[in-house]
Design a binder for this molecule. Sequence first.
Ligand code: NAD
Ligand code: TDX
Length: 332
Amino acid sequence: MSRVLVTGGAGFIGSNFVHHLLSTSEHSITVLDALTYAGNRASLDGLPAERFELVEGDIRDAALVDALVADCELVVHFAAASHNDNSLQAPSPFIQTNLVGTFTLLEAVRRHGRRFHHVSTDEVYGDLALDDPARFTETTAYNPSSPYSASKAGSDLLVRAWVRSFGIAATLSNCSNNYGPRQHVEKFIPRQITNVICGIRPKLYGTGENVRDWIHVDDHNRAVVDIITKGRSGHTYLIGANGERSNKAVLESILRLMGEPVDAYDHVRDRPGHDRRYAIDNSKLVSELGWRPEHRDFEQGLAATIDWYRHNRDWWLPMKQATEARYASTGQ
Ligand code: NAD
Ligand code: TDX
C-alpha cells in the first residue's frame, strides 16, 4: 500500500489523523514535524513501527522535503503555527511556516507530481456578526483578521495558484474549531479543563459572547479522508458539524461537567481584533461526498475530552506552567 507524508503529524489534529489512518487503512505513514512547542512525540506513541516513521525536521527544509515527497504518493499538510494569540505576540513563525513552508512543499509536489491535500481553517473568511443568519460557504470572500488567519489565507491562495498555473493535483479543506484529545493546553477548551484540574480559575476573553462552531477532531479527520479519496482536484471543501456555541456556554458546560459552579471563572482582557462568530455551511461536503459527523452530542464529546485530560496528566502537565506564564504576561 502507498506511503502518505503527513506534515505536522505530532500536533493535535495531525496526530489524531495518523492514528485514524493507520487503524482504518493499509497505508504507511511518514510524519514530518519540527516538534515545536506544539508538537509532541508522545502523541504518536503505540503506532505500528513497520508502517510508521517520524522524521524530525522543518517543512522549510527544501532538500529534506524534496526527498520525503519523492518517496510518497500523497502529502497531507497539517503543519502550521496555529494559535491566534501567539500570532499577535510574534507573527514571524506564522509567515515562515504557513507561507514559506507551504511554498516549499508545493514546489516539491510540483517537481514529483504528487497529490496534495491542504488543511486550512474557516478563519480565512474573517468573522460574522452574532445576529447574522449567514454561514461561510466555499465562495465566501477571504477577509482574515489576525496574522495567523492571514498566513493561512495566503497559504490557501498559494495552493490554488499552483493548481491553476502548474496543474498540481490538490484539494483544500477549511474546517471550524476542533476539540478532542491531544490538543495543546494553550487552546480554549483544554486550557479551561486543565485550569480546573490544577485549581486555577478558567479565563474567558471579554464578554464571552463570541461564537465558535465546534467539531470533534475525529469528524474533521474522517472528512479529510473523504476529500482525499473522493474530492475533486482544485476544489475547496468546508468542514463543520453545525456546532455553534458561545464561549461562555462552552465554559459553563465544562464547569458543570467537572462539578464546579458554572460562574467559577474570571473575565480577562479581550483578544485584540477578536473574531465574533464563525459558522460553516457544510452542504458541499455532505451532498457531494456523503460525509456525516459521528459525534453529534457536543456535551458527550466534551465529557470524553475532560476524561482524556484527567487520565493523561503526563502528556499535558509539562507544558501547562509555561503556557500559563505566557498568558499571564499578556493579562489573559
Ligand atoms: P498544532 O499547533 O497542534 O500542531 C501543529 C504541528 O505542526 C505541531 O506538531 C508542530 O510541531 C508542527 N510544526 C510547526 N511548525 C513546523 C515547521 N516549520 N515544520 C514542521 N512542522 C512544524 O495545530 P493543530 O490544531 O493540530 O492544527 C493543524 C492544522 O489544522 C493547521 O494547519 C491549522 O491551521 C488547521 N486547523 C486547525 C483547527 C483547530 O481548531 N485546531 C481548525 C481548522 C484548521
Ligand atoms: O483562555 C481563553 N479564553 C477564551 O475566551 C482562550 C485560549 C480562548 N478564548 C476564546 C477565544 C476564542 O473566541 O475562545 C475561543 C477559542 O479560542 P482558541 O482555542 O484560541 O481558538 P480560535 O482562536 O477560535 O482558533 C482555533 O480554531 C480555528 C484554532 O486555534 C485555529 O488553529 C483554527 O484555525
